[in-house]
Design a protein around this ligand. Structure first.
Ligand code: PLP
Length: 386
C-alpha cells in the first residue's frame, strides 16, 4: 500500500543516488539532471564544500531554537544583505514561508491590506501564498481565499497603473515567472512597479524563490534591472537541498517585525544554514556568476540554432540558466520521452519545456542535453507526420 497522500503525480523513477549533474535510479539507469530538484541543487548534487559544512555543523549542534543567538544565522544574514537591497533577514524553511512572512510584514508595516499579484504567477501553497498565486487550478476547492488579493496581467504597465491606489500594501512579483512558463519581466514593467509602489506608499516584494541564488547570473534576478525592492524572498537554491528560506527586508521594516510578531521553530536551523553559508560562499562570486551568464547564453543560442527547424517550437527564452522552450501545445509527452532517453526536464506553463541545470553544469553536458532534446523532438515530429 502506498502510505503517502497522492499530492504529486510522480515520475516512474526511484532515486538511488546523485552526484553533480548525474542522478542514478535503483535500476542503475543514469540521468542528466536538468531539473536540479526544481532549481534547488544549484551546485549540483552533494557538492563537496556543502557536504563538508553540513558534516562539521552536525558535529557541533543540530538545533537549539531561536531563543539563542547563533553565529551561523548572523553570517548568512550578513552575506544576504551585502548582496541585496535589504538590511535584515528573517529565516524560515521554504519559499512559501518566505512569501508568507513578506505578505504579513507588508500588511503590518503599511497598515493596509490590498496585495497585487499577477496572472500565472506562483508563490506557494500556504493560504496567503496560494491566494497570492495567480492560477485558478492552485485555488480550486480551497475557498474562501484570503481577502484583498487582486490578480493583474503580467508585464502590463497600464493595468498596474490603473489598479494602484492608496489601499495597496504591496505588489508581489517574480522577475521570471517560473511555474507560469519561464516568462521574463520587461524592464519597463519593473521600473513602473517600483515607481508606483513609491508613489502610493506600497512595498515592492520580489519573489526570488526560483530566480535567486545565482540562477540568472546575478545573486538575485532583480539586479539585472537597477531596481531596489523593499523585500526579497529566497529559498530553493539557498540551502543546496537543505530546507531553508529567507525574507530579506529594508531597514524601515525592522520595527514592524519586532519580538513576538512572527516566528518559526525550525527557521534558521544551523544545519540548513551551514549548507547555505557554503553555497553562498561559492555562488556569490563574480567569476562564478559570469560563467553562469555565459553558459546560459550558450544554452539559449545553441537551442535556438538546433531547434530552428522543429515546427512545434515557437520560442526559446529565459535568463541565465533558467531556460524555456516554448511549444505550440502541451509538452508532457516530450518531457516523458526525454526522461526515457536519460534527460530530466520540467513542464512549465504547460506548453513550455523548462530546463534548470545545476549552475555547475559543463559545456559538454549542455551539448548532450541539446542533442537529446533535438533528437527527441525531431523523432516525435516524424512520427506525427507518418
Ligand atoms: N515562489 C516561487 C517563485 C516558486 O517557484 C515556488 C516553488 O516552486 C515557491 C514560491 C514556493 O516555494 P516552496 O515550495 O519552497 O514553498
Amino acid at each position: 500500500m502506498d502510505a503517502l497522500f497522492p499530492t504529486y503525480s510522480r515520475w516512474d523513477v526511484t532515486v538511488n543516488s546523485a552526484q553533480g549533474t548525474k542522478l542514478i535510479d535503483v535500476n542503475g539507469k543514469e540521468y542528466l539532471d536538468f531539473v536540479s530538484g526544481i532549481a534547488v541543487c544549484n551546485l549540483g548534487h552533494r557538492h563537496e564544500a556543502v557536504q563538508k559544512a553540513i558534516k562539521e555543523q552536525l558535529d557541533k549542534y543540530w538545533h537549539v531554537s531561536n531563543l539563542f543567538h547563533q553565529e551561523i544565522q548572523q553570517d548568512v544574514a550578513k552575506t544576504l544583505v551585502e548582496n541585496s537591497s535589504g538590511d535584515a533577514v528573517f529565516f524560515c524553511n521554504s519559499g512559501a514561508e518566505a512569501n508568507e512572512a513578506a505578505i504579513k510584514l507588508a500588511r503590518k508595516f503599511t497598515g493596509k491590506s490590498k496585495i497585487l499579484t499577477f496572472n500565472q504567477s506562483f508563490h506557494g501553497r500556504t493560504f496567503a501564498t496560494m491566494t497570492a498565486t495567480g492560477q485558478e487550478k492552485v485555488h480550486s476547492g480551497f475557498g474562501p481565499l484570503l481577502q484583498e488579493f487582486k490578480y493583474l496581467p503580467y508585464n502590463d504597465e497600464e493595468t498596474l497603473e490603473t489598479a494602484m491606489d492608496d489601499q495597496v500594501a504591496a505588489v508581489l512579483l517574480e522577475i521570471v515567472q517560473g511555474e507560469g512558463g519561464v516568462i521574463p519581466a520587461k524592464a519597463s514593467f519593473l521600473k513602473k512597479a517600483e515607481e508606483l509602489c513609491k508613489q502610493f506608499g506600497a512595498l515592492l516584494i520580489i519573489d526570488e524563490v526560483q530566480t535567486g541564488i545565482g540562477r540568472t547570473g546575478k545573486p538575485f534576478a532583480y539586479q539585472h534591472f537597477g531596481i531596489s525592492p523593499d523585500i526579497i524572498t529566497s529559498a530553493k537554491g539557498l540551502g543546496s537541498g537543505m530546507p531553508v528560506g529567507a525574507m530579506i527586508g529594508k531597514k524601515k521594516l525592522i520595527e514592524a517585525f519586532g519580538p513576538g510578531s512572527h516566528g518559526s521553530t525550525f527557521g534558521g536551523n544551523p544545519i540548513a544554514l551551514a549548507a547555505a553559508k557554503a553555497t553562498l560562499g561559492i555562488i556569490f562570486d563574480d567569476s562564478f556568476l559570469s560563467e553562469v551568464t555565459q553558459k546560459g547564453e550558450y544554452l539559449i543560442n545553441h537551442l535556438k540554432a538546433e531547434l530552428a527547424s522543429v515546427k512545434v517550437v515557437k520560442e526559446v527564452r529565459g535568463c541565465g540558466l533558467m531556460t524555456g522552450i516554448v511549444c505550440d501545445s502541451d509538452v508532457s509527452d516530450i518531457i516523458t520521452n526525454l526522461r526515457e532517453k536519460g534527460l530530466l526536464a520540467l513542464v512549465a506553463g504547460p506548453t513550455v519545456i523548462r530546463l534548470l541545470p545545476p549552475l555547475t553544469v559543463t559545456k559538454e553536458e549542455l551539448d548532450e542535453a541539446v542533442k537529446v532534446i533535438k533528437n527527441t523532438m525531431i523523432e516525435k515530429e516524424t512520427m506525427q507526420t507518418v
